[in-house]
Design a protein around this ligand. Structure first.
Ligand code: PGA
Length: 259
């Protein structure tokens, strides 16, 4: 575990703008005492929440980083239903997520599309959170590592080592995510994180050793500390268990106390 631990949540298609603002206000109250050097906190709400969330975070002088769940890879154009980097910047996002499992599998996004989003987000000055994860059948066929390496190598293709300090990666096995998900244990997650770290170093050399590598997929108050103690895990990317500010703050405190 690095000195600074990462705690983030993606609220998916939950929480209206008003609900997001209430949530952020409470989360900030509960966690503002945690120094930024010890913990990077980030929240990725719905697009319509971004503007009001930015206003709230600025008002509170909060260090919580605000991210977007997805992004089109052009600044403007005939792309009905997409959102551009210019719009996300204007709305206040500083981080862009690419390749969440639900984007890849429910909306059939490809590795090549994630690459375009990563490129475009870096070109527009955002930090990027690239999510990777193998499906259950990949695990059963023993091809999980190949799938993960392809997702990483294609998704980060063309990223220069000097840009790698704006890249974060979340390892989220698809079978671990969501209501029917079974969380990976520390042993399994640690093994995959080691492999991913090796791939990041292959891609970026020394800079690859500093890319934050987060675990996600059914992280909860019961398993968060054990996962965080895993040497290779630099942060936790949490869905359901973080959508209540009290619960999320309790996870942060427990992890930091145990460090
Ligand atoms: P979960 O979601 O923690 O609810 O499994 C994780 C995610 O989708 O990133």
């Amino acid at each position: 575990m690095q000195d600074r631990f990462y705690f983030g949540t993606n609220t998916k298609m939950f929480k209206t703008a008003a609900e997001t603002v209430d949530y952020l206000r409470r989360l900030e109250e509960l966690t503002c005492g945690i120094p930024r050097e010890r913990a990077e906190r980030f929240v990725i709400p719905s697009y319509t929440s971004l503007g009001p969330a930015r206003t709230e975070l600025d008002r509170a002088g909060s260090g919580i980083l605000l991210g977007a769940q997805n992004m089109g890879w052009e600044e403007r154009g005939q792309y009905t239903g997409e959102i551009s980097p210019l719009m996300l910047r204007e709305a206040g996002a500083r981080l862009v997520m690419a390749g969440h499992s639900e984007r890849r599998h429910t909306f059939r996004e490809t590795d090549a599309e994630e690459e375009k989003k990563v490129r475009c987000a870096l070109d527009h000055g955002f930090r990027v959170l690239l999510c990777v994860g193998e499906q259950l059948e990949d695990r059963q066929y023993g091809t999980g590592d190949e799938v993960l390496r392809i997702q990483l190598k294609v998704g980060l293709h063309g990223v220069r080592p000097e840009e790698a300090d704006r890249v974060w990666v979340a390892y989220e096995p698809v079978w671990a995510i969501g209501l029917n998900g079974i969380p990976a244990d520390e042993g399994y997650a640690g093994e995959k994180h080691r492999m991913l770290r090796g791939t990041l170093e292959e891609l970026f050399g020394e800079a690859g050793s500093r890319v934050p590598l987060l675990y996600g997929g059914s992280v909860n108050p019961e398993n968060a500390v054990a996962l965080s103690r895993c040497e290779e895990i630099d942060g936790l990317f949490i869905g359901r268990s973080a959508w209540d500010a009290e619960r999320f703050a309790a996870i942060m405190c427990a992890v930091l106390e145990a460090a």
